[in-house]
Design a binder for this molecule. Structure first.
Ligand SMILES: *Cc1c(COP(=O)(O)O)cnc(C)c1O
Length: 389
């Protein structure tokens, strides 16, 4: 076993060696520009991109022509939210989302509020799930779009996309979902769930960084304005020369997930349960954030009462863990997701996110559990405040 043990799969994942192998020729002899129509180099690149497009689409139950390649989920969220607002602002200016969304949704919405949008940010139920009655109440005649993530990147909660999609269809509003965390782990199907726009990224599913996609339902095509103009690539929605090697890798990563995600979810879920059981049985004052059922198989988010999470991480250099979203770890302060669940600032600062994945082993989980138990006990021994549940 190598240390540090990687337990931060929500932040990013290593590239699967099979994915890497598929990408390599496109850094070498198959270097063509997929938009070059006059020679073999271009045709070869275009063919590879179109295969990847089918592989990505297949994983979400979509058609290849409805996939727009982007640089990742952040760009896809920006394109979806700003693009819909720009194209539809004459029809209404209201957007609905949740307080527990990723910054890559919250920040574009804040940007749009400065441009005249009105946003309703719904608070979650205590387990992190959306309150469907509150959603129904929030939708107004001026509402353009509802944006709810498929799975949360901190507490792993899976949102009831079927129900949200049905409500959006009934009320005639667009439904966007950031599925960066759910892709390849939990079923996210654009048809069953009536999703009009869905943001995807490769680097959370063992593909390369810097590539992702936006699914766009055909009926929503006229409701989205491009945010990057140029040569008219990707149906005019996202100009710029395609990153062929990365797109090939994204497709390969999706194909592997389609094959293996069922078995992998079971295996990773068992390892997560084993880690959770050991920590909960051998330590007092531990609470889980998020629901027991209906969360990502590799996710565990725990509050260690009376323990400062940064002190705990400092005491565990042999584990690669985090206190929450990597994207906001530059910003000091407790997680906005945990605060939205009703945790106090102190509890939020005592919380750790565990992310298990494809390469996590039982040996690593047992090692991590033992080390965490030791360090928590040591820190609590030093602390003047007794541990409270
Ligand atoms: C990682 C993540 C993002 C950002 O994706 P990038 O491809 O890194 O831009 C957005 N939303 C969620 C839920 C994520 O987990």
């Amino acid at each position: 076993m190598q240390t540090p043990v990687y337990l931060d799969y929500h932040a990013t994942t290593p590239v699967d060696p099979r994915v890497c192998e598929r990408m390599l020729p496109y850094f070498g002899p198959k270097f063509g520009n997929a938009a070059s129509r006059t020679h073999r180099f271009g045709w070869e690149a275009e063919k590879a991109v179109e295969k990847a497009r089918r592989q990505v689409a297949a994983l979400i139950g979509a058609e290849a022509r409805d996939i727009i390649f982007t640089s990742g989920a952040t760009e896809s969220n920006n394109l979806a939210l700003k693009g819909v607002f720009e194209a539809c602002r004459n029809r209404g200016k209201h957007l609905v989302t949740m307080t527990t969304e990723h910054q890559a949704v919250l920040d574009p919405i804040r940007h749009l509020e400065r441009q005249g949008a009105h946003a309703t940010l719904l608070a979650p139920c205590p387990d992190g799930r959306i309150d469907l009655d509150a959603l129904r109440e929030a939708i107004q005649p001026q509402t353009l779009l509802v944006s709810v993530m498929a799975a949360n990147n901190e507490i792993g909660v899976l949102q009831p996309l079927d129900e949200i999609g049905a409500i959006c269809r009934e009320r005639g509003v667009l439904f966007h979902s950031d599925a960066a965390q759910a892709l390849g782990k939990a079923a996210a199907q654009v048809e069953d769930q009536n999703i009009d726009l869905m943001s995807l990224t490769a680097h959370k599913i063992y593909g390369p960084k810097g590539v992702g996609a936006l699914y766009l339902r055909p009926k929503a095509r006229s409701l989205l304005a491009a945010q990057i103009d140029g040569g008219g690539h990707e149906g005019g929605y996202r100009s710029g020369t395609l990153n062929v090697p990365a797109i090939v890798g994204f497709g390969a990563a999706c194909a592997i997930c389609a094959e293996e995600m069922r078995a992998e979810s079971v295996r990773v879920g068992r390892l997560r349960d084993r880690l959770e059981r050991r920590l909960l049985s051998e330590l007092d004052g531990i609470t889980r954030n998020g629901p027991r059922e209906g969360r990502l198989p590799g996710n565990l988010n725990l509050t260690f009462a009376g323990v400062d999470a940064s002190a705990l991480l400092m005491g565990l250099p042999e584990l690669a863990l985090s206190t929450g979203s990597a994207c906001s770890s530059a910003i000091a302060g407790p997680s906005h997701v945990l605060l939205a669940l009703g945790l106090s600032h102190e509890s939020a600062r005592s919380s750790i996110r565990f992310g298990l994945g494809r390469y996590t082993t039982g040996e690593e989980v047992d090692f991590a559990a033992s080390r965490i138990i030791e360090v928590v006990q040591k820190l609590r021994g030093l602390s003047p405040v007794p541990a409270r549940a």
